[in-house]
Design a protein around this ligand. Structure first.
Ligand code: PMV
Length: 359
């Protein structure tokens, strides 16, 4: 056999944190200063599709993201590739009549082709879906036999939040205590069917790339913020317990209160950084005011209980979580009226995290 290619394709959805990770205690291993909890989205909407291939004709590892070649020389990619290669096993394709022995993986090169079906690096957790998908597809290609929690620890070294995208539903990233990061892994709290009334709407205020990367933002926060230690040591541990309880009981009022409060505190800590980091823009602030003053409170008074929670990541785009489809449809109507799509790139402004609302 002269030449051949073996390939694997995988799809991984992104995840949105409701208790945020912000701050590392170890930058190269990506170990966080607090636990976090997220919801993994429906893969039909925000996901990364990655194909990985191996062939004896490949002379070095290469990667293309959204059609453009990118460098794999960064420490994060290298850490993931090294961890995976060290766990690779024999791979055989009987039809092609080829076999890669475990010991040969060190000399085999891979090509990686990855597409996001949503804006990259605009605070929509593209790196979470991307790195989780890269690790998962390479693990399949290399016949890595580790379970999801070990794969989550590998994906974590590519991008912290990526470890949570290895599972569907509600996921907790345990910060862990070990210096080598072996116990800093993701675990599933509840699967995607547990609370499937929830509808997630992402209001894309801007699909421009964010100005402060989460890596440098977190570094500056940990070095300069006077509030972040209090958040990590006192506030988040309590919230994690309360959030786990709210998810277990499908208690929307508690879930919404915790989600909004934690988003607010994350942005307060960003603002408490020197120089201050502004991830939300004027439109984001107006959306929060609109939700609090006009909608959420009216709905609260009307229905006696919160109907919508909001959360913002490292960007201006609102993620709105409504308690059911009826509320989501109403919310979407109002959003389109008060916040019409602003530009051509943002034409597809409202990304629905649950396809059933469109039916
Ligand atoms: O994993 P990173 O470096 O993309 O950081 C993610 C940080 C937040 O999205 C703001 C919070 C989180 O927990 O996902």
């Amino acid at each position: 056999v002269k030449s051949w290619v073996m390939a694997v394709t995988a799809q991984t959805p992104t995840n949105i944190a409701v208790i945020k990770y912000w701050g590392k205690r170890d930058e190269s291993l990506i170990l966080p200063i607090n636990d976090s909890i997220s919801i993994t989205l429906d893969p039909a909407h925000l996901c990364t599709t990655t194909s990985v291939a191996v062939s004896p004709s490949f002379t070095h590892d290469r990667m293309w993201l959204n059609g453009k070649e990118i460098s794999l020389s960064g420490g994060r990619f290298q850490n993931c590739l090294r961890e995976l290669r060290s766990r690779a096993n024999d791979v055989e394709d009987v039809e092609k009549g080829v076999k890669i022995a475990k010991k040969d993986w060190d000399n085999m090169h891979v090509h990686i082709v990855s597409y996001n079906n949503f804006p990259t690096a605009a605070g929509l957790a593209s790196s979470a879906a991307g790195l989780a998908c890269l690790v998962f597809s390479l693990a399949k290609l290399m016949n890595v036999k580790e379970d999801h929690s070990t794969l989550s620890a590998i994906a974590r070294q590519g991008s912290g939040s990526a470890c949570r995208s290895l599972y569907g539903g509600f996921v907790k990233w345990i910060m862990g205590k070990e210096e080598n990061g072996s116990d800093s892994i993701a675990v599933q709290l509840a699967d995607e069917k547990h609370w499937d009334d929830l509808v997630i709407i992402i209001a894309v205020v801007s699909s421009r790339q964010k100005e402060t990367s989460s890596t440098s933002g977190m570094r500056d926060t940990v070095e300069t913020s006077a509030l972040v230690e209090h958040r990590a040591k006192v506030v988040v541990p309590k919230r994690i317990i309360q959030m786990e309880e709210a998810i277990k009981n499908r208690d929307f009022p508690a879930f919404a209160a915790l989600t909004c409060a934690d988003s607010n505190q994350f942005h307060a800590v960003a603002l408490d950084t020197c120089p201050p980091i502004f991830y939300m823009n004027d439109t984001s602030h107006r959306q929060v005011l609109f939700l609090i003053i006009s909608r959420v409170e009216k709905w609260n008074r009307f229905e006696g209980t919160p109907q919508v929670a909001y959360t913002f990541d490292a960007g201006p785009n609102a993620v709105l979580i409504s308690r059911d489809r009826k509320t989501a449809a109403l919310l979407l109507q109002r959003l389109l009226f008060y916040f019409p799509p602003q530009s051509e790139t943002d034409l597809n402004s409202y990304v629905i995290g649950d396809k059933t609302i469109l039916q």
